[in-house]
Design a protein around this ligand. Sequence first.
Ligand SMILES: Cc1cc2nc3c(=O)[nH]c(=O)nc-3n(C[C@H](O)[C@H](O)[C@H](O)COP(=O)(O)OP(=O)(O)OC[C@H]3O[C@@H](n4cnc5c(N)ncnc54)[C@H](O)[C@@H]3O)c2cc1C
Length: 280
Amino acid sequence: MTAYLRPATLAEAVAARAAHPDWMVLAGGTDLMVNANHRPEPPGIVDLWGCADLRGIVRSPDTLRIAAGTPWLEIIRHPDVNKHLPILVAAAREIGAMQIQARGTIGGNIVTSSPVGDSLPVLLALDASLDLASPRGRRIVPYHEFCTGYRTTRLAVDELIAAVIIPLPDAATHLSWRKVGTRAAQSISKVMAAAAIHVEDGRIVWARFGLGAVAARPIRAVAAEHAAARRAPDAATARAVGDALAGEITPISDIRSAADYRLEVAQNLLMRFVLNAGRA
Ligand SMILES: Cc1cc2nc3c(=O)[nH]c(=O)nc-3n(C[C@H](O)[C@H](O)[C@H](O)COP(=O)(O)OP(=O)(O)OC[C@H]3O[C@@H](n4cnc5c(N)ncnc54)[C@H](O)[C@@H]3O)c2cc1C
């Protein structure tokens, strides 16, 4: 029979993780259970669902701290997330249907680290950081450094994600998000993009573009960001952003989409985000 632990606190969860590095760490189970019949049974399960320290959203003057075990539905319904991080709410609304949103957690989406994980471009655009916990203590890792390749991350074998820390954007920062799939509801992304564009006195001071489904991992479009900086958010800048993006991503063709379609859609999304920042 599979061994089973249900820690009530983060300290207990970290101890259980460290004591049993070969056990499955289970949050909502919406990623893990899909493959349950195709993988060997794990020797044990550390079930985080009842861990109170891994649940909830706390606002400080400069950040929102979302505990890693918070399910999407709680994030969608939280007033501070709606007020300050509407693009995270928009992305969360596109994660499966309500049943999946009620169980699936932000930490699970991050650790699964799929190139089509819907929250991940948003975390890049918002410059989120992760609070990681292990018996060695805590460390903060910027999310843009966390994901290293196709479904690989910097999470150590004895670590858990405790929380996601997101700086609160100010009023001059324009946020955009769009997922393009086969249909409006419950589809796997062909391309998704998120942007935070900071505009002062009619000029873009900086931009952060997060993209999904155009590479082996979620990426920041750094060349496109540079193309946007210190320019007006107008049609010429939008074109420069689109051109820069063409030089920095090489999407693949697969069953969901063709490479040239993905590139064109990603360009159109970033160009639209730049123009929207100019209109706001
Ligand atoms: C029908 C269906 C539709 C879906 N649609 C979408 C979609 O549209 N978009 C999308 O992005 N995803 C989608 N998903 C995938 C999934 O729902 C999300 O990725 C969800 O956020 C996963 O969270 P979870 O808590 O269920 O993760 P789990 O399945 O519990 O865990 C996933 C991974 O994360 C690890 N983990 C979880 N929490 C922690 C932690 N705190 N510290 C360390 N490791 C941890 C687990 O060990 C495991 O490796 C869908 C899934 C299903 C079944």
